[in-house]
Ligand binder design. Structure first.
Ligand code: RI2
Length: 309
């Protein structure tokens, strides 16, 4: 799909999930580069920047999209002709998609070591990184039970229960309000990430921070499953993460409430590092306070500074 179609599908949440939107974004860059007809290098580089800007603004919270698009265009300023530029964007995009899928598998392998036979897991929304851990543990023969939250208002929990049931995993759907009631039966919480800040704060689906609170009260380990491209270089230099707010129509039907009633629909929230036991990444289990190291080591301080906007 081209940049405009991809941006529209990400904004409408037809494509969703921090990892999935990043892969869709870099694929759109590859498509845009390969379909460029001109031979003018400046025009090509300008077109690619414009395409990047169209896609990156489609969902402001998940840094995965920004990191993915930056890596797709990495080195473009140094190419000497359009053909070289097309090849570079195409190979950058292929590399990002390959590495991001490999990262999910590695997270599954490493995270499953924290799952014991007979464990009950609670997960929120529809995180393929968290689901990778659950599926890997199940494939290892561990008899696990899963509570999946409905995750209002988009109800991504329905996706999760369908994906887990298909694998033959014992899964129970609960409403978001039931989390604290079931927490005493839970051995471990696994959630995904949209963004992890340089100070180790987790930005994830709304409701995550309440789950972390209930887990801490019940002394249940709370693990984040996140590829390193969900760590935010922009927060290293002072940027605050924008928490996306979406339409009231996602929560109430037309005419259901008086027009004088306001509707507040933030779709992400922030969980402080002290509520997080560890972050399962493809380069190992990272304490949240080591997020700075991951950002600088993985992306490099030059990359961070060069990509300040
Ligand atoms: P994976 C999703 O956001 C959820 O917040 C989920 O935890 C996170 O992205 C990571 O998902 P949304 O796109 O990359 O549903 O682990 O708003 O699949």
């Amino acid at each position: 799909m081209n940049a405009e179609e991809t941006a529209r599908d990400i904004e409408s949440m037809k494509i969703r999930g921090a990892g999935r939107i990043a892969r869709a974004g870099v694929e759109a860059m590859k498509h845009h580069a390969l379909s460029y007809k001109g031979s003018d290098l400046d025009g090509f580089q300008k077109e690619m920047q414009e395409a990047r800007d169209v896609v990156v603004n489609s969902r402001p919270t998940a840094i995965s999209l920004w990191n993915g698009l930056q890596s797709a265009l990495k080195g473009l300023e140094k190419v000497t002709d359009v053909e070289e530029g097309k090849k570079l964007v195409s190979s950058n995009a292929d590399l990002f998609v390959r590495d991001s899928l490999q990262a999910m598998d590695r997270i599954g392998q490493m995270g499953s070591r924290r799952i014991s036979d007979g464990d009950t897991v609670l997960t929120h929304c529809n995180s393929h990184a968290a689901i990778s851990v659950i599926k890997t543990a199940h494939a290892q023969g561990k008899r696990i039970k899963v509570y999946a939250t409905e995750s209002r208002p988009w109800r991504q929990g329905i996706l999760t229960v369908n994906e887990l049931a298909k694998e033959g995993i014992d899964v129970t759907l609960i409403i978001d309000g039931a989390v604290r009631s079931v927490m005493r039966k839970v051995n471990i919480v696994l959630v995904g990430a949209d963004t992890i800040t340089s100070s180790g704060v987790l930005i994830n689906k709304i409701g995550t921070s309440q789950i972390a609170l209930a887990a801490q009260e019940a002394r249940v380990p709370f693990l984040v499953c996140s590829e390193t491209y969900k760590f935010s270089p922009k927060t290293l230099f002072g940027d605050l993460v924008h928490i996306e707010e979406r339409d009231a129509g996602e929560i109430v039907k037309e005419g259901e409430i008086p027009s004088s009633v306001k509707v507040f629909n933030p779709v992400f929230d922030a969980t402080p590092p002290e509520y997080i036991d560890t972050i399962v990444t493809e380069i190992g289990l990272i304490p949240p306070f080591a997020a700075y190291e991951v950002i600088v080591k993985k992306l490099g301080s030059d990359y961070v500074f060069d990509n300040m906007e």
